[in-house]
Design a protein around this ligand. Structure first.
Ligand SMILES: [Zn+2]
Length: 305
């Protein structure tokens, strides 16, 4: 039995357009089962961005992050790190970005930064999770890592050639403020790379509250290409490259979403059996469906103008 929150909180205005009411689309529960609360996934009638409600405070939300979120207990090899980060480093290269001073916001244990050539890149990171941050510190140096959020790091203006937000912007309570800060610390002509789940994807439309990449309540804002571009352009960041493909995210997300959905609609044993049958077809299925709608992940590069 899903216990809907009886508490009627007044919702804070949409951070993008200021609209103070919203339209419920469906509900979703925490896939990590920190609570049985059903969160409302709602669309803003003003700008179409999708939000997780109620809007939890940072303190409330902290209890929804496991201690090891994005941090590994064992140190992996540099080869493993490079191979696991290939998609991100390839995207960087495809944007013509070869060297400079780079900041990874929400850098976790610093895997992306570690995959970059330290002779070409001066590597900086921001990470709120204490365990992950200390792992990143060991890799890139204490003076290059700020434990906390981006706004609290107070970097000087026009410091960076590249700022990356890999699976990070959707976690913030005020994405436009985060992007404005990125714009401030980017050099003119510098690049922001942002990767978020795509709420307009076929996966989000089919699986709704069972969509793996919804990750409520940790994901507070859910973007489409349109809403993401709006936030960037309003901060004088001009998008110049976008892709909806992701080898590392999309088929994994399809598999996990399918599992959640099947276990919900079938008795447990039968659900698991059906799920096992679908495994060989996951990747081709995702590629095929992505031709008709967009893929489950948006990766976008925008230039500071
Ligand atoms: Zn709005």
């Amino acid at each position: 039995v899903i216990a809907l929150s009886q508490e009627k909180k007044s919702e804070p205005a949409c951070a993008i357009c200021g609209t103070t009411h919203s339209r419920e689309l469906y509900t979703a529960q925490d896939r990590l089962r920190n609570s049985a609360q059903a969160f409302v996934i709602a669309e803003c009638p003003g700008c179409s961005v999708v939000r997780t409600l109620p809007a939890l405070s940072s303190e409330e939300l902290a209890t929804y992050y496991p201690q090891d979120y994005w941090a590994e207990s064992d140190e992996p090899s540099i080869d493993w790190i490079k191979s696991s980060q290939r998609e991100k480093t390839d995207f960087l290269t495809s944007c013509g970005l070869m060297e400079g001073r780079i900041l990874d916001v929400g850098c976790g244990a610093g895997f992306f930064l570690r995959a970059l050539d330290p002779n070409k890149w001066e590597r900086w990171g921001v990470e709120p999770g204490r365990n992950a941050a200390s792992a990143a510190t060991r890799a890139i140096g204490e003076d290059r890592l700020s434990c906390g959020d981006l706004l609290g790091a107070s970097f000087e203006s026009a410091k960076f050639d590249v700022v990356t937000l890999w699976s990070s912007l959707e976690h913030t309570s005020d994405p436009p403020a985060e992007v404005r800060e990125v714009r401030r610390i980017l050099k003119p002509g510098g690049t922001l790379i942002v990767q978020v789940p795509n709420i307009a994807s076929y996966q989000a439309r089919i699986f709704r509250g069972d969509w793996f990449a919804l990750d409520a309540p940790r994901h507070r804002y859910h973007f489409s290409e349109t809403t993401l571009k709006r936030v960037l352009v309003e901060s004088a960041l001009q998008p110049y490259r976008v892709t909806f493909r992701s080898r590392s995210h999309n088929s994994h997300s399809l598999r996990q979403s399918l599992k959640t959905r099947l276990l919900k609609i079938r008795p447990r044993a039968a659900g698991k059996g059906v799920f096992l049958l679908t495994i060989p077809f996951i990747k081709p299925c995702d590629s095929l469906l992505s031709l008709f709608s967009t893929g489950a992940t948006i990766t976008l590069a925008a230039r500071a103008c």
